[in-house]
Design a protein around this ligand. Structure first.
Ligand SMILES: O=P(O)(O)O[C@H]1O[C@H](CO)[C@@H](O)[C@H]1O
Ligand SMILES: O=c1cc[nH]c(=O)[nH]1
Length: 234
């Protein structure tokens, strides 16, 4: 038991991390075999089951850098988790992006103060190369429209100058906005674990509607499958 995870079942060395705990529940109930719930503390639902014969866990982290930092620290430090794949939603910044397009975050810029508390300089939070490469190969093989590039992990969903700010980030090559990737990459670097942020586009300035709650919970099949197949390769 740790302050935020009270395991009632095994936790696998590889884990998928959606922000939404109901996304975790959907994956456990529909894509894993023999899934058992290992956590329910604070509604951060976590499950472990098998996928193609390999043990995989999936756990909702909630939204934002402080929450995901707590969960991934406890998972790596106390529960032996070695491979972490965030499966989130994001705002897609490029004009040709469409709903549910897949994004693999090579690195995560951030507006968050988290790394300022740690480093005397700017840390570059990056994905594990082999995990990224594997996910990219799997997505390409399945002909899933996939973008790789920098993401922005922001502390504010409702920022004051969201449009202007995203133009600035875009100018420097950022392709999508979300709220957890930078913390995941930074903390995984500390514990020498593999991490990847994989995102499905849920909205964007060039897209005429947002994904529904139900689509974000249950509809991101391409991302779920690419994440599961990537996870079991490690
Ligand atoms: O769908 P999830 O994984 O929660 O990801 C995105 O959605 C939330 C904001 O609506 C933030 O957590 C953001 O990172
Ligand atoms: O964090 C997020 C998620 C979806 N869309 C955004 O603009 N930001």
């Amino acid at each position: 038991m740790t302050p935020h995870i009270n395991p009632k079942a095994e936790i696998a060395p590889r884990i998928l991390l959606p922000g939404d705990p109901l996304r975790a529940k959907y994956i456990a109930e529909n894509m894993l075999e023999n899934a058992e719930q290992f956590n329910e503390v604070r509604g951060a639902l976590g499950f472990t089951g098998t996928y193609k014969g390999e043990k995989v866990s999936v756990m909702g982290t909630g939204m934002g850098m402080p929450q995901v930092s707590i969960y991934v620290t406890e998972l790596m430090k106390f529960y032996g988790v070695k491979t972490l794949i965030r499966i989130g939603t994001c705002g897609g910044m490029l004009p040709d992006m469409q709903l549910m397009d897949l994004i693999l975050g090579t690195g995560a810029c951030t507006t968050s103060g988290i790394n300022r508390h740690i480093f005397n300089g700017d840390f570059a939070p990056t994905a594990d190369f082999e995990l990224l490469n594997k996910a990219y190969e799997i997505a390409k093989e399945r002909e899933i429209k996939t973008y790789t590039g920098l993401i922005l992990s922001s502390d504010m969903f409702y920022g004051e100058n969201k449009k202007e700010d995203s133009e600035m980030w875009k100018k420097y090559g950022v392709i999508a906005g979300e709220m957890e990737g930078a913390a995941l990459y930074t903390i995984a670097a500390k514990y020498r674990c593999r991490a990847l942020t994989m995102l499905s586009v849920s909205d964007g300035p060039f897209i005429d509607r947002d994904l529904t709650y139900e689509e974000k919970e249950k509809g991101l099949k391409n991302m779920f499958e690419v994440a599961l197949d990537t996870a079991i390769a490690f």
